[in-house]
Structures are given as C-alpha cells and as structure tokens.
Write a protein that binds this ligand. Structure first.
Ligand SMILES: [Zn+2]
Length: 253
C-alpha cells in the first residue's frame, strides 16, 4: 500500500506528486510527466526542507500527507476564541489519577514511522472554553490563518477521549517556540473555564486516560526522555496544569 516514490519512479502516482508540488512554493516548478527525475527530486527536497520533514528526496506517507495538507483549501470553521486569558498563572490542581485507557477510536489511531528524532512530548491545550467541542478542522483553520502550512500540533485529544492526528509526526510541529525540533506536540480540547477567561484544567476523565495512552504509545515507539508542558518553556498557562506534577511526567523512558 505505502509506495515509496523516488528518483527513477514512474507513473500516475508520480504525476499526482508533481501536481501537488506545483501547488506549493517548492521549486523548481515541474512538468507533470509522471517521470521522477532530477528536477522532481529537487522540488521534493525543497518541499521537505521547508516543511520540517526529513530531507531524503523520497515521497512516502509522511511527505504525501504533508503535501496534501499544504495544498488543502482552508475550511473556514468557527472563529478562534480570544487567547488573552491564557497568560494567567497555571492553576493549582489537586492530584488526580486515572488509568491509561485506549481512546474510543484506538483502532484508527496511527502513529506513522519516521526517521525524525523524537525525544520529548510537549503537552498543550487548545485554550478553548470548558464544555465546548472543537475539531481538528477548526484548529487547523486557525493555524493556517496564521500562515502556517498546517495545524501546529501532531495530535489532538477530543473531550470524549478520541485521539485525532494533526500534522504528520514526521514533520516538525509548530507548537512551542524554539523547541519544535525533536518534539511532538499533543493538545487536549479545552484549557479555559467556561467563561473563556481563566486558565483551567478542563480535562475530562476520557481526555486524561487518552493523553496517558497516547504518550505511552509515543514513548514505546520513540526514545522519549521527557514529557513536559508548554508552560515550562513560555510564560503561558498552557496546558493549564503542571505536567511535572501529573502522571504524564512519569511516562518518559
Ligand atoms: Zn501550548
């Protein structure tokens, strides 16, 4: 299924990749001829470099997913809630403990292989009001409106515990200034009180379980030596709790 296209490949799939590449800022512009030659190789490498992918000139699932996301039209969703409140201090939360449990959609959660080095999981919230559902399309639209190529996080955890893939994991994320290399960004929907003003740990039990489960899957696949929160690296409340005092921090290798 997962075909790897590279220098010398030919056919319809190559045409598709060439067409996609031509819709991105990657250079040089290509003649869509289904022939993966030197120019196509150059354009693939240029795209990979710009997108924070491993630069190898090969088009596998990661590069293909990134290409598709980059050219996908912006779906206007609900407006992004105001973010001003998220600078408020990290709220104190009592110790809570849940068991890691597979999310309701565990069967469809794929953590793709990548040769990108991943040593840390950084936890975020979407800074959206408690009790309100938002989707990956909403968050993707907010981030693309900022001029980013795709959603900044690699995974989202919905209020019902579902784990949804965001940016392909093989691609460097856009979730924490200066620390996107070597890290994976995961965010739960929520993080603000219902009034949309104050930082609040709004994780549902399903989200707590799924965050643990997801982090365990990541730590099993990659040499994760640290699980941290955005607020350890920026003067932000995000993810509205202290990961260092949370079960999540115990999951690093
Ligand atoms: Zn954050």
């Amino acid at each position: 299924m997962a075909t790897l296209l590279k220098l010398g490949s030919k056919g319809k799939a190559v045409e598709e990749v060439q067409t996609l590449l031509n819709k991105t800022p990657a250079k040089p512009k290509l003649t869509v001829d289904g022939d993966f030659g030197g120019k196509t190789d150059k354009a693939v490498r240029h795209f990979q470099e710009k997108s924070g992918l491993v630069v190898d000139g090969k088009v596998g699932p990661q590069t293909l997913a990134a290409l598709k996301q980059t050219v996908a039209p912006l779906k206007p969703g609900r407006p992004e809630p105001a973010k001003g409140a998220i600078v408020s201090p990290v709220p104190e939360t009592g110790p809570t403990s849940v068991s890691p449990a597979p999310p309701p959609n565990a069967k469809s959660v794929r953590i793709l292989d990548t040769s990108r080095v991943i040593e840390e999981v950084i936890v975020h919230c979407t800074a959206t009001p408690e009790g309100k559902d938002f989707t990956v399309d909403d968050v993707r639209a907010w981030h693309k409106q900022r001029g980013w190529s795709d959603i900044g996080y690699h995974f989202l955890v919905y209020r019902d515990g579902r784990v949804i893939a965001g940016r392909p994991i093989g691609q460097v994320g856009a979730h924490v200034s200066g620390r996107n290399t070597g890290t994976v960004g995961i965010a739960y929907i929520g993080g603000l009180a219902a009034d949309g003003q104050k930082a609040k740990d709004t994780r549902t039990d399903a989200q707590r379980s799924s965050l643990l489960w997801l982090t365990m899957q990541l730590a099993a696949k990659f040499p994760v030596r640290k699980v941290s929160g955005h607020n350890e690296y920026a003067s932000k409340a995000c993810p509205s709790f202290d990961v260092r005092k949370d079960q999540l921090s115990t999951l690093a290798r």
